[in-house]
Design a protein around this ligand. Structure first.
Ligand code: MN
Length: 257
């Protein structure tokens, strides 16, 4: 069964706040879009929305992440294909580790304008350090579509700058993948409602083409970093909801569904 889990989590390390509001906003927009995907030629599949994993903003990020990680095993049963809706990117520390506990090893296909490989950025656990932390934990992470490198970051072993070209090869080499989609991988002209926009981004269609190639390979996926607080025109919410529809359809083709 495909399970949708909202994770309304963000830390003080963000330049702009609001990503914790994204799960409810994306669901609300999903109610308003067409169920049919021209890309896949299918309607949105059945899924169960299990609600949000709530943690108090007052607790330290590491405590909150541990709590989320532990509780995810109550929401997801073996054989489920989860779609996590963040929240900021820090949630991957919890989502990827909970999934590995359940399903064993897999690689992380990471789409992002940023590398998220600082050692410390407002603390050891933040949206800008999470991929480094996961690599330290033994995860293989390929980062595609990035277009900025922080002063104390390192380049990924698998990655492509400005486009998603390297992601196809990465996907060919792995049958078990978790997709971590930071919406800021999209060009700001298409998706401006993010905390740290970077120009020269990829197009929505580029991500959709990649999703087609990922069918049958994903054990789960997540979509993070949408800021409803910037979305006065509500256009980003619709785009995020359409992305969610396509992610659900990508998960649907997994042999276990
Ligand atoms: Mn990012």
């Amino acid at each position: 069964m495909i399970k949708v889990v909202g994770i309304p989590f963000e830390t003080e390390a963000n330049f702009l706040r609001g990503s914790a509001l994204a799960p409810s906003h994306v669901r609300w927009h999903l109610w308003g879009i067409d169920e049919y995907s021209p890309l896949f030629g299918e309607r949105m599949p059945e899924y169960e929305d299990v609600g949000d994993v709530w943690t108090s903003f007052d607790l330290p990020p590491s405590h909150r992440l541990s709590s989320i990680e532990n509780r995810l095993s109550e929401y997801i049963r073996n054989g489920d294909l989860p779609l996590f809706i963040g929240g900021d990117h820090t949630i991957t520390w919890a989502t990827a580790r909970a999934l590995r506990e359940m399903y064993g090893e897999f690689a992380i296909l990471h789409l992002d304008a940023h590398l998220d490989r600082w050692d410390d950025y407002g603390g050891r656990f933040s949206h800008a350090t999470v991929m480094r932390r996961l690599e330290e934990e033994g995860f293989e992470v390929g980062t595609f579509g990035y277009r900025t490198v922080g002063a104390r970051e390192y380049l990924p072993r698998h990655g492509s700058m400005y486009d998603l070209s390297g992601a196809y090869e990465f996907a060919l080499g792995h049958d078990r993948l978790f997709l971590s989609l930071d919406l800021d991988v999209l060009d700001p002209s298409e998706f401006p409602c993010v905390s740290n926009p970077e120009p020269m981004g990829v197009k929505f269609g580029d991500v959709l083409n990649l999703l087609k190639a990922l069918r049958g390979k994903l054990l789960g996926a997540e979509m993070v970093e949408y800021l409803p607080t910037l979305d006065c025109s509500r256009r980003c919410g619709s785009v995020a909801a359409i992305m969610m529809r396509e992610l659900l359809l990508t998960l649907k083709s997994h042999p276990s569904t």
